[in-house]
Design a protein. Structure first.
Length: 373
C-alpha cells in the first residue's frame, strides 16, 4: 500500500508490500508537492503489482537485509532459536550489508572465505558455518520472500570452496572429563560454594549434568512438576529437533544417579535449576580457567557441553545399547551416537566377568542333566 506523509514543507511517498506479515518490498521518495508524491507512488505500486515484487525488491535489497529477513522469519516459528545461531546471522549480515542481492557473485563469498582463513586463521568448518545463513536465505528467497535471489550463486561458490578445502563439515571431537580434571573441578566448586554471594551450586549442576546428559538449555527448563515418581521419569519441554522446525516434549528416564541427586537438590523454584544457564556456563568457564592457570593446563579446552559427552560415554561403558542410550540422551539419529561407543579394555574385562556369572550356571546345569540321563 502507498502512503503519503508530510515532512516539513515536503511530502514523503512510500510503497510497502508485505507477505505473510513479512515486509518484502519497501521504497520511498521525497517530493515537493503532494500531487507529485501521489503520482510517483501510484505508478510504482502499479508497476510492482504488474511485474511482481520480486524484481523490484531485489533491486533494493542487500544480502545483509535478506539474511536479517530470513532470521526474523525463523524467529517467528522458532522463538527458542539459539543465541549462537542469531549471532551468526547478524554477524554475516553485517559483512554483506554493502552488496545488493542482484550484484552478489561467487567471488564475494570466495574472497570472504580466503580472508577469514588467511587473516583470522579460522577453521574450514567455521567458515562454512559463517556462510550458512546466506545459503539458507538465498535458498528460499524466491518462494518465501518473493526476492529474486539465485541460489546457484551460493552453490557454485560453496563447491569451489569445498574443493579448495576452505569449507568443510565440523568434526566434533569427543572430549571427556578425566579423573584429575573432575577432582580439580569439584574442589574448586566446593571452594566457590563457600562464598557468601554464590547462588549457583555448581557441584550439584556438574554431577547432574553427568548423570543426566542433556544440553545445558534443557537442564535449565526442567521443572519439579514434570517428574513422575512412579516411572522415575521426567518430561523435558520444547526439545529441538535437528532437522524439523517444530519442538516437542520428551519423557526421559531418571537413572539411579540422577534420581538420587534429585533427592538432595533443594526446591527453590518451579525449576529444578532456577538459574540463568548462560551464568552457569560462565561460572564453569571461570572455574576451568582458574584451574588451567594454577596447575592443570590441559583442562583449558574443556567445555560444559563435554559433560554431556562424558555422561553419554559412561552409559555405553556401563553396557547400555545405542537404542537405550538414545532414550536418555535424546538423539534421534543413532548413527550420531556411534561416535560415543568407545570400548575401553577395562570395559571388556568387566563385561566378560558379568557374562561368566550368567553362562557358568547354565553350563553346569547342562552337564548335570546329561549325567542324569
Amino acid at each position: 500500500m502507498a502512503s503519503i506523509t508530510p515532512r516539513g514543507d515536503k511530502f514523503l511517498a512510500q510503497v510497502r508490500i508485505k507477505q505473510g506479515g513479512v515486509l518484502i518490498f519497501s521504497e520511498s521518495k521525497l517530493f515537493d508537492t503532494r500531487p507529485q508524491a501521489c503520482s510517483w507512488a501510484e505508478r510504482l505500486e502499479a508497476k510492482v503489482k504488474a511485474e511482481g515484487p520480486a524484481k523490484h525488491a531485489t533491486s533494493k535489497t542487500t544480502v545483509g537485509q535478506l539474511v536479517r529477513l530470513h532470521l526474523k522469519a525463523q524467529l517467528k516459528v522458532r522463538p527458542l532459536l539459539g543465541r549462537s545461531t542469531i549471532h551468526n546471522h547478524e554477524k554475516i549480515a553485517a559483512e554483506f550489508d554493502h552488496i545488493l542481492v542482484r550484484d552478489l557473485r561467487p567471488k564475494h563469498l570466495i574472497d570472504y572465505a580466503v580472508r577469514r582463513k588467511s587473516q583470522d586463521g579460522v577453521a574450514p568448518a567455521t567458515i562454512k558455518s559463517d556462510l550458512s545463513p546466506v545459503s539458507a536465505a538465498f535458498g528460499i528467497a524466491r518462494i518465501a520472500y518473493e526476492i529474486d535471489a539465485d541460489p546457484e550463486i551460493i552453490q557454485t561458490a560453496m563447491r569451489y570452496l569445498d574443493e579448495q578445502g576452505l569449507v568443510s563439515k565440523s568434526k566434533e571431537v569427543i572430549r571427556w572429563v578425566d579423573q584429575d580434571e573432575e577432582d580439580a573441578l569439584l574442589g574448586e566448586f566446593a571452594r566457590r560454594n563457600q562464598h557468601h554471594s554464590t547462588e549457583i551450586d555448581m557441584t550439584l549442576i556438574y554431577k547432574f549434568a553427568l548423570a543426566f546428559p542433556r544440553r545445558l538449555g534443557e537442564l535449565g527448563r526442567l521443572e519439579w512438576k514434570d517428574i513422575d515418581p512412579k516411572r522415575r521419569a521426567i518430561i523435558i519441554r520444547k526439545v529441538k529437533h535437528p532437522k524439523k522446525k517444530e519442538y516437542n516434549d520428551q519423557v526421559v528416564p531418571l537413572l539411579t544417579p540422577a534420581w538420587e541427586l534429585l533427592k538432595i537438590i533443594p526446591k527453590l523454584d518451579a525449576r529444578i535449576f532456577p538459574y540463568n544457564m548462560e551464568s552457569v556456563s560462565a561460572a564453569f568457564e571461570r572455574v576451568r580457567d582458574r584451574i588451567a592457570e594454577t596447575g592443570l593446563p590441559r583442562i583449558k579446552d574443556l567445555r560444559f557441553h563435554d559433560l554431556r559427552h562424558t555422561g553419554i560415554s559412561m552409559l555405553f561403558w556401563h553396557g547400555f545399547q545405542i537404542a537405550e542410550v538414545a532414550i536418555v540422551s535424546g538423539h534421534t539419529n543413532w548413527n550420531t551416537l556411534r561416535r560415543y561407543t568407545h570400548i575401553r579394555p577395562e570395559d571388556l574385562h568387566r563385561r566378560f566377568e558379568q557374562l561368566k556369572k550368567t553362562v557358568q550356571p547354565t553350563a553346569k546345569a547342562n552337564v548335570d542333566v546329561a549325567a542324569a540321563g
